[in-house]
Write a protein that binds this ligand. Structure first.
Ligand code: KG4
Ligand code: ZN
Length: 341
């Protein structure tokens, strides 16, 4: 099964080809960061328009990279949700058109399932079952992954996602967009113990998260100082913020490991690209004897490879979508089921 995957749920146009025998045959991402940077966040209408501009040329390039023609594909998959509706519709329509034109099956993909499965593109993929911490710009969830399409939600954020907290903190401190990498950069050389920030809900026995209070705590620090912090104070504040997020994420993950007894852990989604998080999780998981899997760095944030992979697994399992398949802004992961085959 050789599948072309298209990702357009937010501000990255991603196209890739995954082959269940040969692996990843081609993969390109176009990031719209520059387009949205002046606005300090993603402007949905601009995102849709740029996906339209990019998706065709990227597809041609990926096919050329792989030395393949459309006729060499066995199917096409595109992210169908959750995400920005207009943006999703671009990739979905392009994918359906390609599938229709080549008389191949088409499948709409769940963006978060694609993130969850990204570590399975690795040469040494995690076996089922595993515990997953999904940390992106829109989601922060702990999930027991029992198999393809078998996901049990253990806990999630009650307000902001971890990536959102990074983005909002960056905006507050005037560090630019996207916030995660900007805060991580600003935190370099800062003292993570300099500012006493809360660990929201860490003491609660459940597996839920809350990050909006953390962002408010940063705001209060700025207000108390009476002025925007200078470079050293910014580094200390960012390092302390990053430490608070990573510490909170690890504490709940450790609790989930204990509760489920799972000894394999996957960290997926954009925040999984954070170096501090990777370092802390490597050390802590190692100490517990838990096998830790991160996707390759470039497959942590949005990309077409994870969509192509997910599509290949589900299409191989006999799943198909009709030409009336549409995009959905909201789509709970738990609504997914295994493919029929
Ligand atoms: O998975 P993703 O690319 O898109 C969503 O599905 O949301 O995640 C994007 C999020 C953004 O909030 C971004 O600020 C965050 O991931 N992010 C990071 C880093 N790189 C991206 N957060 C912290 N540290 C990073 N290095
Ligand atoms: Zn994503």
């Amino acid at each position: 099964m050789r599948v072309l995957g298209i990702e357009t749920s937010c501000d990255e146009t991603g196209v890739a080809i995954w082959d269940n025998t040969a692996g990843l045959l081609g993969h390109r991402i176009f990031s719209q960061t520059e387009i949205h940077a002046t606005y300090g966040g993603v402007v949905p209408e601009l995102a849709s328009r740029d996906h339209i501009r990019r998706v065709g040329p990227l597809t041609e390039q990926v096919l050329a990279d792989a030395g393949l023609n459309l006729a060499d594909l066995d199917g096409v998959a595109a992210t169908a949700g959750p995400g920005l509706l207009g943006a999703l519709l671009v990739g979905l329509s392009a994918g359906k058109a390609l599938a229709f034109g080549t008389d191949r099956p088409f499948l709409g993909i769940h963006h978060l399932e694609a993130h969850l499965l990204a570590p399975r593109l690795d040469p040494d993929p995690p076996e089922w079952p595993f515990l997953a911490l999904l940390v992106s710009g829109g989601h922060t969830q702990l999930i027991a992954v029992e198999g393809l399409g078998r996901y049990r939600l253990l806990g999630g954020t009650v307000d902001d996602a971890a990536g959102e907290a990074f983005d909002k903190t960056a905006k507050l401190l005037g560090l630019g967009y996207p916030g995660g990498p900007a805060v991580a950069r600003a935190a370099e050389g800062g003292n993570p113990a300099a500012v006493d920030l809360p660990r929201p809900m860490a003491g609660k026995p459940n597996l839920d998260f809350s990050f909006s209070g953390l962002k408010t705590a940063v705001l209060n620090q700025v207000k108390a100082a009476g002025d925007m912090p200078g470079p050293t104070a910014t580094a200390d504040l960012c390092a302390s913020f990053q430490e608070a997020v990573v510490d909170t994420l690890w504490r709940k993950t450790a609790r989930a490991i204990k509760q489920t007894g799972l000894d394999r852990l996957v960290v997926a989604g954009g925040v999984g690209a954070n170096a501090q998080l990777r370092e802390r999780f490597e050390a802590e998981a190692g100490a517990l004897g838990v096998a830790l899997h991160f996707p390759a760095l470039e497959l942590c944030t949005d990309n077409g490879a994870m969509v192509a992979y997910c599509g290949a697994q589900r299409l191989a399992g006999g799943e198909r979508d009709g030409w009336d398949r549409t995009a959905v802004a909201r789509w709970p992961l738990e609504a997914l089921t295994p493919p029929p085959g």
